[in-house]
Structures are given as structure tokens and as C-alpha cells.
Write a protein that binds this ligand. Structure first.
Ligand SMILES: [Zn+2]
Length: 342
């Protein structure tokens, strides 16, 4: 479940990004060599970076510095052909990424090294050259190191825009070379309003998906995907039925659902179970609070912590479990054992 790409998504521009965009545009005359756009995952940082990049390359910007959407440069940018712009993201299947590379969703060192020619020559047009790296935390260690070398050398008129939803995952050496810019998260009412226009007819689920996404609307959007929504319902159903009903029957429902879809929901569920057991309110499954409280009385924080830890350690095999049915059975048997009599 990734954020929808800005270019392929015509949904309404999120109003909560306006303030951040204006602040960025105000930096236009004194741009740093490298800018780190950081903020929560799923709040539209990619859209913001895109709009900002287009504005910087636009050759007839408006009074506030925003892109005109009409000049040649804006046209080239929109069609992905601006000669002074490079986008670096994990390789897609079409771009020749191998299966394991795609699974890891890494930006590889070759992609960073390939920038050398671009950085080394002058701009084709009169303005800046831009490199947009998104998500920056998906650079593997070698790629990050190669970027560091590039950032340490004077690169003339090249500006690096790094977009990052987990700044802690970016090497401190790279972070320290960038000027940080924090992208503001939307207020809850604005997030819900935006989600409402993006997902007409799904009103009953919007608040739930937003809660699951920690209030990040673009992440919530991914939960509305039919496969994700079905995995969500399976987990809620299992949470309702276990330990009272047969685990194996419940596990059957998961045999044909990729673990990458349902395990994150279970992790969120177990996280809420931990919160409830510690006397707090659930944050990801607020509508299931009564059920979570019932379950919380049947287990203990150490048992919940053990289950959560075990589940986290399964992350590497989620993409390709040897046997999806056996994996589901093991998960739900372990889940059930949390509630067994001590
Ligand atoms: Zn323009």
C-alpha cells in the first residue's frame, strides 16, 4: 500500500498543503543546495514536492511563485520530459527492477550514480536543475553514500529535493547536508473532508480508515482499495471470533489473501489491544473498542508484546511465504494462545 503517484492521480489538490507550498515558494530566491521535505507518511509530501518542482522550473510563474501550467517548461514537466529535472524512485517492473529489488523497494546505487552526468553539465534552460528523490529513505546504504559524495561536492545550479516519511531511516550524514522542511499534517476535519470527496459513497468507512492511517488521508485512500478493504474486514472478523471460535476455520479465510495485505491490519489490531490493556483508548480501531476491552481482560501486556514482536519478525517473509495457508494458521494459533489460560 503506497501513496498514489501525483502525476497519475487527478484527485483534488489537498488544501492543507497550501501553507507548506507557499512557504517553499518563498524560499525560491535563496534555495539551499539540498532540501529535505519531511513529515508523516501519507499526507501528500510527494504531491507537494511535485508542485514545488514544477513551480521552480516554470518560466512564467505567478506572483506567489507557483507554476503557470501553460508555459513550455510546465508542459515538459507534466509529460515527464523536462531536461533539467530528474526523478529518482525505486525501480518499477517496467523499468527493469528485478523481483527481489521490487520487493525491497530500494533506490539503488546505480540510480544515484546515473545522476553524475546530469549534475555535471549546465542547465538546458535558464533556471535550476532539480533532482527529486522519493522516498529518500528507500535509498540503500550504498546509494545513500553515493548521494552523500554528490552532496559534498559543489553542484552549481543543481537543487536536490529529498522527500522522506521516516527521516530516522536516512543516514545522519545525508540529513546533515540538507536543510529540513517539515510538511504539516492536516487537521482531522480537513483530512476527513478531503477523503470524502476522494471516496464518494464510502462515508461509513472513512473515519475508520483515517484512524487506521493515523490521520494521514493518502494512506487512508489505500485502505479503500477492494483487496485491502477485504483484508481489513477479515481481520476485524477474526478479532471478533477468536478465541471463542475455531482458529483453523478463521485462518481459512486468509489462505488466499496476501499476508502483505492483512498482517499490517493485525499488527494495528494488536497495537490497540496493547493500548487497551494498558488502560488507554484504541486509536486504530476505535469502533471495536468494546471488543478490544473484552479481549484485553483475557490476556496481558507481556503476552501481547511477545505476539507483536513475533509478528514483526515475520516481515521479511510476508512477500513470499512458503505456504500462505500454513502461515495464516501459525499466526492465528499464536494469536489465540495469547488468550489461553495462564
Ligand atoms: Zn509554467
Amino acid at each position: 500500500m503506497t501513496e498514489p503517484a501525483a502525476a497519475s492521480d487527478a484527485r483534488t489538490w489537498p488544501a492543507w498543503l497550501d501553507g507548506s507550498l507557499l512557504k517553499l515558494l518563498a524560499m525560491r530566491e535563496s534555495l539551499p543546495h539540498a532540501l529535505l521535505l519531511r513529515g508523516h507518511r501519507g499526507i501528500g509530501k510527494g504531491w507537494l514536492a511535485d508542485r514545488f518542482a514544477q513551480s521552480l522550473l516554470c518560466e512564467a510563474p505567478g506572483p506567489d511563485g507557483s507554476a503557470c501550467q501553460r508555459c513550455d517548461a510546465c508542459g515538459w514537466y507534466a509529460s515527464g520530459n523536462h531536461p533539467d529535472f530528474r526523478r529518482v524512485s525505486p525501480l518499477t517492473e517496467e523499468e527493469g527492477g528485478s523481483r527481489s529489488e521490487r520487493a525491497r523497494r530500494e533506490i539503488k546505487v546505480d540510480q544515484i550514480r546515473a545522476l553524475a552526468g546530469f549534475v555535471g553539465i549546465g542547465a538546458h534552460r535558464a533556471g535550476h536543475k532539480l533532482v527529486l528523490i522519493e522516498p529518500a529513505e528507500s535509498m540503500n546504504a550504498i546509494a545513500a553514500n553515493a548521494l552523500l559524495k554528490t552532496l559534498e561536492e559543489p553542484a552549481g545550479d543543481t537543487v536536490f529535493l529529498l522527500v522522506c516519511g521516516n527521516a530516522g531511516a536516512l543516514p545522519a550524514t545525508v540529513r546533515s547536508r540538507c536543510v529540513p522542511f517539515t510538511v504539516a499534517s492536516p487537521p482531522p476535519a480537513q483530512a476527513l473532508a478531503w477523503l470524502r470527496q476522494a471516496l464518494p459513497g464510502e462515508e461509513s468507512m472513512l473515519a475508520q480508515w483515517l484512524a487506521l492511517a493515523d490521520g494521514a488521508p493518502l494512506r487512508a485512500l489505500a485502505f479503500a482499495d477492494p483487496a485491502a478493504a477485504s483484508a481489513y474486514r477479515l481481520v476485524v472478523l477474526a478479532g471478533d471470533q477468536i478465541p471463542e471460535n475455531s482458529v483453523l476455520k478463521t485462518a481459512e479465510g486468509f489462505a488466499t489473501t496476501p499476508p502483505t495485505l492483512w498482517v499490517p491490519f493485525l499488527q494495528s489490531w494488536i497495537g490497540d489491544l496493547g493500548r487497551v490493556s494498558a488502560g488507554a483508548a484504541p486509536v486504530r480501531f476505535p469502533a471495536q473498542a468494546p471488543r478490544l476491552r473484552t479481549l484485553g481482560r483475557l490476556t496481558s501486556l507481556p503476552r501481547i508484546g511477545e505476539m507483536a514482536g513475533w509478528l514483526n519478525r515475520q516481515t521479511p517473509i510476508l512477500e513470499h511465504p512458503l505456504n500462505a495457508r500454513l502461515f495464516a494458521e501459525e499466526v492465528w494459533l499464536r494469536y489465540e494462545s495469547m488468550f489461553a489460560a495462564a
